[in-house]
Design a protein. Structure first.
Length: 255
């Protein structure tokens, strides 16, 4: 069931989204060679504490997970696509990092993700990250009243496939509101004109995930959380929480 948010609720979600944006900016600033993923998680926790906000990630346990998630950020490095646990791994020069984070404020949730390189970037990684954000922008541009979920999926998939990148099947965006994951699912590839119609008041987390080699295959790591590319190639992830309104898409997790 899809809940249509009121304009007042969307404004409340915007406040949660601002916290997420500040959190990601702080983590990006702190990320440097030699810094551990656990230290980045602590930076994120401090932003949440200062905002008196909670984390929808911490202790989250979906059906596939063997244990509750132990961090407030997902920190995925190089061949990790998503859901990386922020542990003692220290960043090295040239690492490609994806940070996914959320915040709960006043009972509403925001969710967003960024990818970036620490230190000297490989040209291939720069192109991969740039394409992830281009795919996100295309998906957001398609998130207008009168379109359908398939139009968002098609826009994202077209950017990814045209650039020669893979898309992990079965993982994509989702509705969001009082809970981090709500209906509807928002695939990263699909046919235009298909799926649920988009209406004023729908709020979606749109999140392309790209695999650099062009292959789609992935596998779960031994921790039961991290998803890694099967061929060891690098991956990138970008995400915003977006409200669909009669005036056009509104990004709720922008600074």
């Amino acid at each position: 069931m899809v809940e249509l948010k009121t304009d007042t609720s969307i404004e409340a979600m915007r406040e949660a989204g601002r916290v997420v944006a500040r959190l990601l900016a702080a983590v990006r600033k702190a990320a440097a060679v030699g810094v551990s993923l656990r230290e980045l998680d602590e930076v994120a926790r401090e932003v949440l504490r200062e905002a008196d906000a909670g984390s929808p990630f911490l202790n989250y346990k979906p059906h596939f997970a063997p244990t509750p998630f132990p961090g407030v950020i997902c920190a995925s490095v190089n061949d990790a696509i998503v859901h990386g646990i922020p542990g003692d791994q220290r960043l090295r020069d040239g690492d490609l990092v994806s940070i996914d984070a959320g915040a709960t404020l006043g009972g509403w949730v925001g969710d967003s993700a960024i990818s970036f390189t620490v230190g000297r970037a490989r040209p291939a990684d720069t192109r991969l990250v740039d394409t992830a954000f281009q795919a996100l922008e295309a998906g957001i541009a398609a998130a207008v009243v009168g379109n359908r979920i398939g139009d968002i999926a098609h826009a994202i998939g077209t950017v990814c496939r045209t650039a020669g990148y893979g898309i992990p099947e079965g993982f994509g965006g989702h509705g969001i509101g009082r809970s981090m994951h709500e209906d509807p699912a928002v695939p990263n590839e699909g046919r235009p004109g298909r799926g649920m119609p988009l209406r004023h008041g729908m709020v979606l987390a749109i999140e392309p995930m790209l695999i650099g080699s062009g292959q789609d295959a992935f596998h779960p790591d031994r921790d039961g959380w991290t998803l890694r590319t099967s061929d060891g190639s690098r991956a990138a992830h970008a995400e915003h929480t977006v409200a669909i309104t009669d005036a056009g898409p509104r990004i709720l997790t922008a600074l």
